[in-house]
Write a protein that binds this ligand. Sequence first.
Ligand code: EPU
Length: 307
Amino acid sequence: MQDPLAIALRDLRGSVRWNVPMRPMTHVRIGGPAQCLVAPLSEEDVALVVRVCRDLDVPMHVLGGGSNVLVADRGVRGVVVHLGALNRVVRDGTRLTAGAGVTVPSLLRGAREAGLAGLEVLTGVPAEVGGAVAMNAGTREGETFDRLHALTVVDRNAEVSVLERADFRPSYRDGGLGGRVVVDATFDLDEDDPKAIYARFESFLRYRNATQPVSERSVGCVFKNPAGESAGRLIEQAGCKLMRRGAIQVSARHANYFVNDGEGTAADFLGLIRDVRARVRDVFGTELQLEVKTWGFREEELRLAES
Ligand code: EPU
């Protein structure tokens, strides 16, 4: 008998693959298989996936660039949606509308070449537009919602709608989408000389490359910065640099990065999260909160990493 999920996804335009290893799809190169990996071709197809998952009560995760997600070694149940096919960028005056699957680096390049400024603050963010919006990705210079004008989303009822910036209450590393899936995002930018935009971009990139292990396998920053503090500084001062579990190590360059320098596992990554969190709690009394998204773990595994 055929799986009800497979039957329900029959009419989807786009690819539907089963039991797909997530490891190559994440920057940190960790993670077991997704039960079902879906790559819809249009917003109607995204809506179809949302409706099917809701109706069949199947868990759904949206994968962006795979740069800030830790997938369990056993993999992830249900549907992982990747919106890489939604990769158009359209200009309207000083506004750019980018599909959820456009990579942030390519959006920045396009904006720069068009002489549109404002997105440089996202220099070095390795995400796709949908993921960057969902978690309000950012740097010390600014965050994704700073220039956001409107979003096309698919809501929990599988309806497609266009919402204004004022409809959202984003906060630090959280777009506050409440389960809505981003289809595209429109940014309001300023005209500027491409050379001046490039100069800002280059100086931000130089800082990032000098202070972060950008070419190593990681999930980006593991923890959110506590208000007014830097998680990296706390972790370093608590003496955690170079702490290790298996192939996962606290980076010597930036302590809020854990790098996978071999065949690292999610179990070791989560174990190191626990070790670092406990040491920072002992030394500073500060509870670090996860920035990285965790998929496929059991409640008790995540609770243990918090204890
Ligand atoms: N620091 C240390 N030791 C470390 C790391 C940092 O002492 O191991 C010190 C630095 O010397 C500096 C201060 O902590 O004085 C802040 O460090 P940094 O400028 O690297 O910034 P951050 O607060 O650690 C934030 C974002 C990064 C973003 C950078 C640069 C968070 C959690 N991190 O890091 O974003 O790239 O600013 O703009 O908000 C991410 O969110 O995934 C991320 C990488």
